[in-house]
Write a protein that binds this ligand. Structure first.
Ligand SMILES: Cc1cc2nc3c(=O)[nH]c(=O)nc-3n(C[C@H](O)[C@H](O)[C@H](O)COP(=O)(O)O)c2cc1C
Length: 339
């Protein structure tokens, strides 16, 4: 059983301050491309109303040439706290895009300096900025000057095990004006493999004055508590642990505030949530939503007898009705076994 020490509870009892912006939660929902759209965020926020959420990363250069805002940048009226994440390597494009993000309602602007995808690093964006700290610094300075909201950075430990430069890099980001740094404790070379090396988060925390958010392998309340204790970080950011499980941020937030664990949702509750997610994606995006829903539904269908076969069938649905029928069938079978 996880226990919340008095010390940790006290340390995290105050709001998280990102510059002048305050958040009443120390648990954040990470930006996830293809996942953290308005529909997904609405589900996460139901269980974690105080937590900061991020849009999917938005291409800053494209934004400057588009007439209309891309759908992935859309935020709901009164959706708070919310950050819009941008990527590119050109300070001017990022500054212009940041102004558009603020106009859309972003409470903070986050710059992606951790994405490992070739298509992005080849053009100098994402984690490629770890190899070009001068440009990264120029980006932060320029964006900070362009907007009135706090600017944050999300990055990794370095390009590879032989090139871990996060201590120098993080300090440069702070000196350039970043108001928060989130560290995904892996290298670019690691991608999403191997364990997150939380010890680096602790080292960064020791040398920065701005809040440091721990990211990587936060899959449970237990992991969040362990990471916060080991690193001294100011908060945790959940990522893959929320795929098919929009309850995680709320579970951790509740535990950090009360020391009490919420009841884990049953498979039936998870499937009811999956159905709602599917319906909402269809309402919001139409056929594209159904296509995107397939992967979400497969993530929800885990941890009960027959989940494998359900996953397989859900990943091929063409319509909402098909998805709902499959999920309702699975719910009926689960209820028949344990009513
Ligand atoms: C499907 C997927 C999409 C992601 N998209 C983004 C993104 O848009 N911006 C970003 O900063 N990180 C993105 N990430 C990285 C995560 O935010 C996070 O840093 C990483 O998954 C490590 O945390 P974890 O080990 O808890 O999953 C993505 C990760 C995944 C798996």
């Amino acid at each position: 059983m996880t226990i919340l020490s008095h010390q940790l509870q006290q340390r995290l009892a105050t709001p998280l301050k990102i510059g002048s912006f305050e958040i009443k939660s120390r648990v954040l929902q990470s930006p996830l491309s293809g996942v953290t759209d308005l529909v997904f965020r609405r589900l996460v926020r139901r269980y974690a109303p105080d937590s900061m959420m991020y849009t999917e990363m938005v291409n800053a250069k494209e934004l400057c040439y588009l007439k209309q805002l891309p759908r992935i940048m859309e935020i709901e009226p009164n959706e708070k706290p919310i950050s819009i994440q941008l990527f590119d390597c050109r300070p001017d494009f990022l500054a212009q895009a940041a102004q558009m993000a603020v106009a859309e309602g972003a409470d903070t602007v986050d710059i992606n300096m951790g994405c490992p995808v070739n298509k992005i690093t080849k053009k100098g964006g994402g984690s490629a900025l770890l190899r070009d700290p001068e440009t990264a610094e120029a980006i932060v300075r320029t964006v900070v000057n362009a907007v009135s909201v706090p600017v944050s950075v999300k990055t990794r430990m370095g390009w590879s095990d032989r090139h871990i430069n996060i201590l120098d890099f993080a300090k440069r980001m702070e000196d350039a004006g970043a108001e928060m740094l989130t560290l995904h404790a892996r290298t670019r070379e690691q991608g999403y493999n191997g364990s997150a090396q939380w010890e680096w988060i602790g080292r960064v925390k020791e040398i920065l004055s701005i809040p440091v958010i721990a990211n990587g392998d936060i899959f449970s309340v237990e992991a969040a508590v362990k990471c916060l204790e080991q690193t001294g970080a100011d908060g945790v950011m959940c990522s893959r642990g929320t795929l098919g499980y929009p309850f995680l941020v709320g579970e951790i937030d509740h535990f950090l505030k009360t020391g009490q664990s919420l009841a884990t949702p049953t498979p039936v509750e998870r499937l009811e949530c999956a159905k709602e997610h599917l319906q909402a994606l269809w309402d919001y995006k139409g056929d594209r939503g159904i296509h995107q829903a397939r992967k979400h539904l497969a993530w929800y269908a885990k941890g009960f007898v027959g989940a494998g076969e359900l996953r397989d069938r859900l990943s091929r649905i063409e319509t909402v009705v098909q998805g709902v029928e499959l999920i309702d069938g699975a719910i009926a079978r689960l209820k028949a076994v344990s009513p």
